[in-house]
Design a protein around this ligand. Structure first.
Ligand SMILES: Nc1ncnc2c1ncn2[C@@H]1O[C@H](COP(=O)(O)OP(=O)(O)OP(=O)(O)O)[C@@H](O)[C@H]1O
Length: 359
């Protein structure tokens, strides 16, 4: 077990800089997820931590040990891949035993630890099966047991759930979390599935073209995304260009123009000093609400229902704001406000704590 310090890592392929001076500290025992769209550099970063790639600049530390130039098999890491990467000609037992045999662990101890590891992942009865005789979920459990049985300092997982069906993915989330929590092992998990990231992580690093756009707890990323990219990547958000001006209440409050109305919002701390200009309103559909048009309602914008979609636990609306953009609103079942239909005139209520960030 060890903390991981990534200090100013740069990685280039040809002329293409894939990791741009990236720094990140992962405390001992924490579960961190790298999340981002295809090609943002998640796997490259994981491979630098694993030692498959040597960075062009920067350092990598496990605790205080500089492992930047240490080879993969001396880094003491466990790895789990999307495609399991099991040996097809070895049984589950022998797959899990492989790392211990390579480390010349005594036979009785190998037997004890492998049996224990297979039991932990619920495969005690399948020790003699070959990978081809197992389901995807079972194979991934073998891969997990194989990674953990060597008691690595760091566990690295590259999209380990993406080849599994939806139900198995949910089950394996719990299996993984139970095992890594019990072992107290520092884990770096790569996914492009935002729900998986939210459900599993202590902290999520959202990556954008080789940089970290935001690092935070799931609640921080969802509740206070620093920019439109993060807001749009985690959950869904209305991301609307607005013109901002200073609020009489002072920072962090800000006023902004949306579809001909002046509303109150909250500015990002970094932008609070310069409130006048172009901004971006970030409003989650579930934070907005609807009412029939009425005079003198603060923080409301007029529009018309373009589409109403009933989704059981919620109803999703697309509203065309009068001489403004479209905006999405979601009302949850049990919400007592009246229902609206296509063509209805409505007033969209935008809470005054909705955030406006730099454009
Ligand atoms: N070995 C390599 N040689 C050249 N370019 C590479 C190599 N590995 C990755 N790249 C490039 O680096 C960029 C980042 O790739 P990376 O695999 O790290 O992205 P990712 O975020 O993991 O994407 P995905 O979710 O699709 O796996 C891509 O543009 C990719 O084409």
């Amino acid at each position: 077990m060890a903390s991981i310090t990534i200090d100013g890592i740069v990685k280039q392929f040809g002329g293409n800089t894939v990791l741009q001076n990236l720094s990140l500290h992962i405390p001992d025992g924490a579960f961190y997820t790298l999340l981002g769209p295809s090609g943002c550099g998640k796997t490259t970063l994981l491979r630098c931590i694993a030692g498959f790639y040597e960075p062009d600049a920067g350092r990598l530390l496990f605790d205080k040990d500089d492992v930047t130039r240490v080879s993969t098999h001396h880094r003491d890491i466990g790895m789990v891949f999307q495609d399991y990467a099991l040996f097809p000609d070895k049984t589950a037992f022998d797959n899990v035993a492989y790392g211990l045999r390579a480390r010349r662990v005594a036979k009785p101890e190998i037997s004890r630890r492998v049996t224990e590891a297979l039991d932990k992942v619920g495969l005690g009865a399948l020790a003699d099966r070959y990978p081809a005789q197992m389901s995807g979920g079972q194979r991934q459990r073998v891969a997990l047991a194989r990674a953990l049985v060597i008691r690595p300092r760091v566990l690295l997982m590259d999209e380990p759930l993406s080849n599994l069906d939806a139900k198995m993915r949910l089950q394996m989330r719990d299996v993984i979390l139970d095992l890594v929590r019990e072992a107290g092992i520092t884990t770096v998990f790569v996914t492009h599935d935002q729900e998986e990231a939210l459900a599993m992580s202590d902290r999520i690093a959202i990556m954008d073209r080789g940089r970290i756009a935001q690092l935070g707890t799931p609640e921080e990323l969802y509740g206070t995304p620093v920019n439109a990219y993060v807001a749009d990547f985690i959950g869904s958000a209305n991301v609307l260009q607005v013109k901002t001006s200073a609020s009489s209440e002072g920072a962090p409050h800000v006023r902004y123009e949306l579809a001909g109305h002046t509303l109150n919002g909250v500015a990002d701390a970094a932008d609070a000093a310069a409130p006048a200009g172009a901004g971006v309103l970030i409003a989650r559909p579930e934070d907005l609400s609807l009412m029939a048009p009425a005079p003198h309602v603060p923080n409301a914008v007029l529009g018309q229902v373009l589409r109403r979609q009933y989704l059981g636990f919620k109803t999703a609306y697309r509203i065309q704001l009068d001489s403004g953009p479209e905006i999405r609103v979601e009302l949850h079942a049990g919400n007592t406000v009246a229902d609206f239909h296509q063509g209805d005139r409505v007033q969209v209520l935008v809470p005054a704590d909705c955030r406006v960030v730099a454009a």
